[in-house]
Design a protein around this ligand. Sequence first.
Ligand SMILES: *Cc1c(COP(=O)(O)O)cnc(C)c1O
Length: 438
Amino acid sequence: MTDATEADLTGGTPRPRPEGEVETIGGRKLKPATMMMGHGYDPMLSEGALKPPIFLTSTFVFPNAAAGKRHFEGVTGKRPGGAEGLVYSRFNGPNQEILEDRLAIWEEAEDALAFSSGMSAIATLFLSMVKPGDTIVHSGPLYAATETLIARILGRFGVNWLDFPAGATREEIDAVLTKAATGNVALIYLESPANPTNALVDVEAVAASRDAIFTGDTKPPIAIDNTFLGPLWAQPLRQGADIVVYSLTKYAGGHSDLVAGGVLGTKAHINTIRLMRNTIGTICDPNTAWMLLRSLETLELRMSRAGENAAKVCEFLAAHPKVEKVGYLGFLERGEDKRQADIYRRHCTGAGSTFSLYLKGGEKEAFAFLDALKIAKLAVSLGGTETLASHPAGMTHLSVAEDRKQALGITDNLVRISIGVEDADDLIADFENALRAV
Ligand SMILES: *Cc1c(COP(=O)(O)O)cnc(C)c1O
């Protein structure tokens, strides 16, 4: 989809970079946590305001008629290079552009785009890449709405799909890609770890398999949903993915007070996706972008604390007599699945703070536990400052067929937990107390 006309119809990356911005000191490249405080914003362009104002405007004034024409020559592809300034808020705005610059920093991506939700990011990615008759090859299971989008919605437009299990070996991936390669594979789409199985996808094996089976123009990009571990604990562009997708609603937003999405990747892929976003208007609003800028300043602090808390809570839970099993990535090294442990070592720098708790018993025990929690809130979602707990079999995965539930390990005794940034010992006291009610 990088046909020249389309690549030009991008709306460009117009805002001039702030002058004198420091990205290295004494040859030392500054870390993302440092860059989050100022990158991409020049206070002198906004009356000296330390923080960027929220730019509530639907349109932008051209300095003169000729400049307006130049913008539109850029936007419509009459002149290569895209627009050279901000034009209209369905395309972009200052808050969103600062956010995009800062998102890209975390994974050293060439470029990034912000969206109104994780699902609008994923939908825009798919719409920009597929046409009738194409195949999407994906790991399974995926986030339920993503599966619906691929199978039921894109299916209506003649797009096919094939999947392999998230934990698949190189041989299993080869087999599925070889089968798919008889047609046109538009995209390989991954999600790791899979929810709620926690199975990690071997991104390096997927990239090696893709490179062995496809050549030249037929080579499909690899996109991956990195919502659960990114950007602190997994950076899949390093393992050969081309595009990374986020629900920024989760860890990146981190306060359970907004819905947004992001896509990161090479300039060429991002420009293809930007064209679709410009057309359908799935960009996030300036207020949400501003809230995300605030969130990104504490991303490393929040995720580090949540990760440390989860490690302590999981140690406690795993040793408790009423607990059957704790599905936590941090325990892979002690487990029997050598292959998953190997992927973890190669791909992850931390175990995250979202895990599966299997109690001894069934729905009765799970509900007694959930109803007795005092600090942890009973809600779906994850990655917020507060600890959340839910019952997948009776909530998020209620409509999944019984045999598929069993295959995915979505049993009645499963509780999904996302650990927040509270005091770890308080959380342990809460879980200990709730287990007494079981
Ligand atoms: C929440 C989530 C999504 C969807 O994101 P929204 O912001 O709710 O649209 C996609 N993928 C994963 C893994 C998620 O957890």
